[in-house]
Design a protein around this ligand. Structure first.
Ligand SMILES: C[S@@+](CC[C@H](N)C(=O)[O-])C[C@H]1O[C@@H](n2cnc3c(N)ncnc32)[C@H](O)[C@@H]1O
Length: 219
């Protein structure tokens, strides 16, 4: 448990309601046990799009478009969705068309790590929410394409297929804490090492949803 249930409930209750289509997306996620980013972190994505006045958002791992729908609610002019599951991406096309948002979406089927190579940027916001062991590679692939003042957000920093206690021990200086951990936990640690060591970025962790690392390009 990262946040108490009460704090999570408070953030959710005081946060924005789902639109009708987002409510259908959330129901679809529950029905299929699909890990979308959730409304607390969704509200942060909306905020990031709004604060950066986002022209272009790039997502690593879009599922059926739930996280994209929050960027679009924040006024993003264009969201590039990447997904290697064709059925999920089709479902995203359907949901976002129903919401009247599809004309601001680019749907890219395939490996996000290859898709990103076909874009020069600039990106105003990048969401990293695909394979945890590839987060650091995604950051390195996208960092030079971020606009100054642009933001990278990475999900599942504190919760998901990772060991919170082992990560905490590692961050507090126990170099051996991850020795027997899974690739996902190691992937999140590698990601945090990469963004925190990069002088062109300022990183903070927001303990909402599954935990977001937010890194702003300052150089
Ligand atoms: C946690 S879900 C993302 C959910 C989405 N961001 C949301 O909140 O609605 C991760 C998704 O990334 C996709 N994925 C994982 N690795 C990928 C890759 N290398 N390229 C494209 N999609 C990938 C998975 O199929 C899955 O749908």
């Amino acid at each position: 448990m990262v946040l108490s249930d009460d704090v999570s409930r408070f953030v959710r209750a005081a946060g924005p309601d789902h639109t009708d289509v987002q409510e259908r997306m959330a129901a679809f996620a529950r029905e299929h046990d699909f890990p979308n980013i959730g409304p607390e972190s969704g509200a942060v994505l909306r905020l990031l799009a709004r604060l950066t006045d986002a022209d272009t958002v790039f997502e690593f791992g879009s599922g059926f478009g739930y996280s994209a729908s929050w960027f679009l609610r924040g006024g993003a002019q264009r969201v590039i969705l990447t997904e290697f599951d064709a059925d999920e991406l089709d479902k995203g096309r359907e949901f976002l068309a129903d919401a009247g948002l599809a004309d601001r979406c680019v749907f890219e089927e395939g490996d996000a790590m290859e898709t990103v190579e076909r874009y020069d940027g600039p990106f105003d916001v990048v969401l990293i929410d695909h394979q945890k062991e590839r987060y650091a590679d995604a950051f390195h692939a996208a960092r030079d394409k971020l606009a100054p003042g642009g933001v990278v957000a990475a999900d599942n920093i504190m919760r998901g297929p990772i060991d919170f206690d082992a990560l905490l021990a590692y961050l507090e200086g126990d170099a051996e804490a991850l020795d027997h951990e899974n690739d996902q936990t190691q992937g999140i640690a590698d990601y945090l090492d990469a963004v925190r060591a990069d002088d062109a970025f300022e990183t903070t962790i927001l303990p909402v949803g599954s935990g977001l690392a937010v890194s702003t390009r300052v150089e």
